[in-house]
Write a protein that binds this ligand. Structure first.
Ligand code: HEM
Length: 451
């Protein structure tokens, strides 16, 4: 690869398309049908290599693939690149959310979020999560023969974030639909005229803001008046930080909205696809079931799981990781260069976009032999750093990674130990808008297991 090592090599350049839109249309078309890898990235990687140039949404963009590129661009966040989100996402999540922060204010917010996901935080969270799952199943699974697994896990993930992470006392059902409307506008054109998705989303965001500001002020008053103390829930920690003057009220609002957004479709898609993979790979399902039956056999009826129980779900976590390798909930993320960059002899000018993708590394046989085969036990051995990146990496590594892991493992336990289940449509197509989702909501037939 001598070409790459020479300085100032011209970037391998795709057919950059029309002057402004470039290849935006091809990109969106491939995205909508969940064929981004097959129809957009793979053909260009075959032609130009792992690093190639394109133009998306008016910006010259360099697409990078492979563990070395992932490491370079992810770990140089704030030094050479900064994350770069579309205007509509920033407007809807809020300018004060963690994704827009850099330096000290990023570190401050991140440490508040991750402090709730320490070992002691996770230990306290597991029984809370079991309670939320029990309630959800009582309300939505009991006496039903068929449910939409995707819709059910979406509602449940939403509930878990509010109840188990934030500790916000709002009936989750009252805000679920409003959050959904915000999400619909996150990647739509930022045109704020009536009837656009974006305008609907802005209105929904204003509704959420009103509820949250009310909750924040109530909590603040109670804490300042000595009626309530800071506890280990994230909402309490955020309000306490605002009382100490470390963050503003707007920062509390924007980060609640962002975290719900970040947790929502991602975790539910990962869970849904885990079940799809299990349905298609009965041998893996038998192994996984054995793991959960063993854990359940040491519990009394109705006894909640503990963090120690969850740690025993090693094979299930291999299954979930293999699922996220093949079906990543997030296909990649954009960065913007803040200086001219030279990577492996390729110069990327300041102000350009860089797009790292999960697919380009997850489907590379260099890191994952026989890459398109579902083989959970490949995760029994350590994987090369920055080759498995469904949660990103570097300073912007997913802050909710541990919560997502618990959510997936605990829910799988409840479903497989309590229900016989089967997919209604084994070949249900997956679409994207902007995140992937099963086109029919992945209905499953369920029947309770006898004790
Ligand atoms: C399977 C589920 C999830 C997946 C696949 C996922 C994926 C990701 C990825 C790829 C990033 C990095 C984006 C970038 O580099 O630009 C990220 C960031 C983030 N995620 Fe997640 N996520 C998941 C669940 C969650 C949950 C449950 C939460 C919190 C409740 C969460 C909170 C965040 C936050 C706050 C960030 C931004 C971190 C920062 O900028 O410092 N995520 N996530």
């Amino acid at each position: 690869n001598s070409k790459r090592r020479t300085n100032k090599v011209k970037l391998p350049c795709g057919d950059m398309g029309l002057p402004w839109i470039g290849e935006t249309v091809e990109f969106y078309k491939a995205q909508r049908s969940n064929q981004l890898f097959e129809e957009f990235f793979q053909p260009r990687m075959k032609k130009h290599g792992n690093i190639f140039k394109t133009k998306l949404m008016g910006s010259p963009t360099v697409v990078v693939n492979g563990a070395a590129a992932n490491k370079f661009f992810m770990s140089n966040e704030f030094k050479l690149v900064v994350s770069s989100w579309p205007t509509s996402s920033v407007e809807l999540m809020g300018k004060n959310s963690i994704m827009e922060k850099q330096g000290d204010s990023h570190r401050c917010l991140r440490s508040i979020v991750t402090s709730t996901l320490s070992v002691s935080g996770l230990t306290a969270m597991v029984p809370r999560m079991c309670g939320s799952i029990e309630n959800h199943m009582q309300k939505n699974w009991l006496d039903r023969e068929e449910i939409s697994l995707y819709r059910s896990t979406k509602m449940l993930t939403f509930t878990i974030v509010l109840e188990c992470l934030f500790g916000i006392e709002i009936v989750p059902e009252t805000l679920f639909g409003v959050f959904e409307r915000v999400l619909e506008g996150v990647l739509s054109p930022p045109v704020n005229v009536p009837w656009t998705k974006f305008a609907r989303a802005k209105k929904a965001r204003a509704e959420i803001e009103k509820v949250l500001v009310g909750e924040i002020r109530r909590k603040r008053e109670a804490m300042e008046g000595g009626g309530e103390e800071e506890d280990d829930m994230l909402f309490s920690k955020l309000v306490a930080a605002s009382i100490r003057g470390e963050i503003t009220e707007e920062e509390v609002v924007d980060n609640v909205v962002l975290l719900v957004f970040a947790a929502h479709d991602t975790t539910s898609y990962a869970i849904t696809m885990t079940f799809k993979m299990l349905a298609n790979h009965p041998d893996c399902y038998s192994l996984l079931l054995k793991e959960h039956e063993e854990i359940a056999s040491n519990k009394r009826a109705g006894e909640a799981l503990t963090f120690e129980d969850v740690k025993k779900m090693e094979y299930t976590w291999q299954v979930a990781r293999e699922t996220m390798r093949l079906c990543p909930p997030i296909f990649g993320s954009f960065r913007k260069t803040i200086t001219d960059i030279n990577f492996e002899g390729v110069t990327i000018p300041k102000g350009w976009k860089v797009l790292w993708t999960t697919y380009g590394t997850h489907y590379d046989e260099k890191y994952f032999p026989d890459p398109m085969r579902f083989n959970p036990s490949r995760f029994a051995d350590p994987v090369q750093a920055y080759a498995f990146i469904p949660f990103g990496g570097g300073p912007r590594l997913c802050a909710g990674y541990q919560l997502a892991k618990l959510n997936i493992l605990v829910l799988v336990h409840y479903v497989v130990t309590r229900y016989n289940w089967s997919l209604v449509y084994p070949d249900e197509p997956i679409l994207m808008d902007p995140l992937p989702f099963p086109s029919k909501g992945m209905p499953i037939k369920i029947s309770p297991k006898c004790d």
